[in-house]
Design a protein around this ligand. Sequence first.
Ligand code: FAD
Length: 399
Amino acid sequence: MAAQQLAEAGMAVQLYEAQATVGRKFLVAGHGGFNLSNAEEIAAFSERYGQEAGRFAGLLHHFSPNDLRAWAADLGIETFVGSSGRVFPVAAHKPAAVLRAWLGRLRALGVEINTRHRWLGFVGAAGLRMRNEREGAGQEFTLEPEATVLALGGGSWTKTGSDGAWAPLLQNIGVPVVPFAPANCGAELAWSMFVRDKIGRTPLKNIALRVNDGPAIRGEIMLTAYGVEGTPVYALTPQVRAALAGSGPATLHLNLKPDLSPAALLLKLKQPRGKLSFAEFLKKALHLGAPVPTLLREVRADVATLGPEELARLLVAIPLNVTGLRPLEEAISTAGGVAFEAVDEHLMLRQRPGTYVAGEMLDWEAPTGGYLLQGCFSTGAWVAQAIIGSQLARGSSEQ
Ligand SMILES: Cc1cc2nc3c(=O)[nH]c(=O)nc-3n(C[C@H](O)[C@H](O)[C@H](O)COP(=O)(O)OP(=O)(O)OC[C@H]3O[C@@H](n4cnc5c(N)ncnc54)[C@H](O)[C@@H]3O)c2cc1C
């Protein structure tokens, strides 16, 4: 995004990518739902960035979800807003086609795209140490651009090229980098062998999930051999991480009937059970089939003997004790990265004037649903604006 906007402003832009092709994680995102953005209002949208909400409000005003849709339309990519508010390209536009259209535009603007070129660190006051890895052991050379944008990604899905190997290169010049942590990832639970074998991968739809006493997130989760995953689990990763780091327990509370009032739930559970087994009764009274009875027995061995009041309390707050988060490699995104204190209001490194940072390599996190790519695009547009401004200022001072 930064490359495009700088080229549109008439600047000569060279893009360097360590992998053999660019945009590998963009393509992975495309296969996993491809939410380019979200139609939420900017005030609510910015809240998704947690403690960086204020900063992102400014970034999103500068390059908004509507600007992103207009950008896509300009590439010939029609988008639509799904029922969840997520913004998708219409089905005809496969991820590879979107990327192809975008790269075509960059080339038409004169952006020089150099793949298999790795940035190795800084040299002197303005230089970049680079390695051309196209042949054999590679050839090192130095670049001295007027401005540099680093957009090297987070540390998950390393096969896409986002390996986080840039962290020490920045720390070497005194830039604080917050340690990476998995974001938008599954939570591990200490399932018994029985549950692990019996449940497999099973979805639970229309549920609500919260961490300890925190706010509940609605949606669908997947029970897996290691624990739970799915949009509500991902959205709760910051709270789970904080709870795991604290002294108390990290407990997910699962509500299987968030649409029923406590009174209505109790009424259904007070129906006579007759000769029905516990599993048959749950199915008949509440449409809760497998794997719910197994799950309930896992957390409460005597569940079948509970009275209606106690069972009602359990069904809306099944405690799932989290033992850890899934590894960074598997995570959809990365928390941590270049600390915001290391950059000024233009996202320029204080340690290295003329070098800007954009995208996931900055220390922010947001849930899935289009907030990640929008955050990357908005930071890219922001640094482009800053560079254009600084070049104009330089031009006028030289006249
Ligand atoms: C499975 C999955 C699904 C996702 N789905 C969505 C979704 O639907 N919606 C959404 O908003 N987000 C989604 N995301 C997240 C989104 O893809 C990322 O947040 C986004 O791609 C980050 O963009 P970036 O430009 O900051 O970094 P990246 O896309 O990671 O790009 C960084 C690039 O820098 C290159 N690089 C790294 N180091 C060097 C170096 N030293 N020299 C040269 N090049 C280097 C890498 O090879 C890489 O190509 C998903 C992610 C995953 C893994």
